[in-house]
Design a protein around this ligand. Structure first.
Ligand SMILES: Nc1ncnc2c1ncn2[C@@H]1O[C@H](COP(=O)(O)OP(=O)(O)OP(=O)(O)O)[C@@H](O)[C@H]1O
Length: 288
C-alpha cells in the first residue's frame, strides 16, 4: 500500500527513541549471532528502540525474524553479541528483578505437582518474600486474573486458558515493571484469547506495567498495542515503528469495527508482507 493511502498513520522507519525521563527500557544496537556447528547464524543485526513507562508495545515480524531472540536478550536470559539492553539506565546482564516473562507453553511453565497458589507464589518464595506478604500478593494476583476461586487446584485440573491465567498471575504477583510476553495466547481458543487480551490491557492499566508483547496475529497487535514494532526478515532490523492511535478504551466488538482499526491492520499486514519478501528499510532510502 503506498504511503499516500494512509497519510496519517504515525510511523518511523527505525525504532523510536524517547527522552531519558520517559524511558524505562532501552535497546541499543543489539546484535545476536548464534554460533552453531553449521556456522554462524545472524539472528538479529541491529535493533535500537526505547519502551516508555506504561506502554504496551506489540512486536510483530516474519517467522524467524528474531522476536524470541530479542525477548531473551531483553530478559537477560541470553547475552547479545554486541549492543546493550538498559533497564532504568542500568545494563541488563542477567534476569532483572523488575522483569517477568510469560511464554506460550503454559503447560510447561507451570509445575504440575504444585497447587495454583503455590505456582503463583514460587518466584516470590525464591526471592525471599516473607510468607504473609506472599500470601497477600498471590491472592491479589489470582483475584485480578479471575482465579480467586481455584487457589488449591492443580494446573492439570484447569483449562488451557485458565492455566495461562495462572502464568499471568505468577508474573504480576512478582510486581514487575516490565512484562515480556512471547506469543502467550497462541495455543488457546479464540474466545479465551479475546478474554486474555482484555485481561492484559486491564493489568497494564491498573498496575502501570510496561508490556512488550510478541504476536503473529496482526489484529491482536493492533487491538492490544499502544504501539507496534515491525521487524524485518532476518538479519533483523526495525522495519517500522507505528503508533496505534485508537481510543484508549478498547472493546472487542467496537474497536475492531472502527475504520481506523482496519486501516492500521492493513498497514501492518502490508509491512509484514514486504518484510517477508525481503524488503528492508534501507531499500526505501535508496528508492528516495
Ligand atoms: N539456539 C539457537 N541456535 C542457533 N540458531 C538459533 C537459535 N535460536 C534461534 N536461532 C535462529 O535465529 C533466528 C531467529 O530465531 P527466533 O526464534 O528468535 O525467531 P522468531 O521471530 O521468534 O521466530 P518465530 O516467529 O518462528 O517464533 C532463526 O534463524 C533461528 O533459526
Amino acid at each position: 500500500m503506498p504511503p499516500e493511502d494512509v497519510p496519517d498513520i504515525a510511523v518511523v522507519s527505525r525504532g523510536r527513541t524517547l527522552p531519558p525521563e520517559r524511558t524505562l527500557l532501552s535497546v541499543r544496537g543489539l546484535r545476536k549471532v548464534y554460533e552453531t556447528g553449521g556456522g554462524a547464524v545472524e539472528a538479529v543485526r541491529d535493533l535500537t528502540f526505547d519502551l516508555g513507562r506504561n506502554e504496551l508495545t506489540c512486536l510483530v515480524g516474519p517467522s524467524g525474524s528474531g522476536k524470541t531472540t530479542l525477548l531473551k536478550c531483553i530478559a537477560g536470559l541470553l547475552a547479545p553479541t554486541s549492543g546493550d539492553v538498559l533497564l532504568d539506565g542500568k545494563r541488563v546482564t542477567g534476569p532483572p528483578k523488575k522483569m517477568a516473562v510469560v511464554f506460550q507453553e503454559y503447560g510447561r511453565s507451570l509445575y504440575p505437582w504444585l497447587r495454583v497458589a503455590d505456582n503463583v507464589g514460587l518466584p516470590l518464595r525464591n526471592a525471599g518474600v516473607p510468607a504473609a506478604r506472599r500470601t497477600a500478593l498471590v491472592a491479589e494476583a489470582l483475584e485480578s486474573v479471575g482465579l480467586a476461586h481455584v487457589p488449591r487446584a492443580y494446573p492439570w485440573q484447569l483449562s488451557g486458558g485458565m492455566q495461562q491465567r495462572v502464568a499471568i498471575a505468577r508474573a504480576i504477583a512478582y510486581q514487575p515493571e516490565v512484562l515480556l510476553m512471547d506469543e502467550p495466547f497462541a495455543a488457546v481458543d479464540a474466545q479465551t484469547r479475546a478474554d486474555l487480551e482484555d485481561l492484559v490491557r486491564s493489568v497494564r492499566e491498573r498496575l502501570g506495567v510496561t508490556v512488550l508483547f510478541v504476536t503473529h496475529d496482526i489484529d491482536e497487535s493492533v487491538y492490544l498495542g499502544t504501539r507496534v514494532i515491525i521487524l524485518s526478515s532476518s538479519p533483523t532490523v526495525v522495519q517500522e515503528d507505528l503508533v496505534v492511535d485508537l481510543p484508549d478504551q478498547r472493546d472487542q466488538l467496537e474497536t475492531r469495527a472502527l475504520p481506523r482499526f482496519t486501516e492500521l491492520r492493513h498497514h501492518v499486514y502490508e509491512q509484514i508482507q514486504l518484510a517477508k519478501r525481503g524488503h528492508r528499510p534501507e531499500d526505501e532510502k535508496v528508492a528516495d
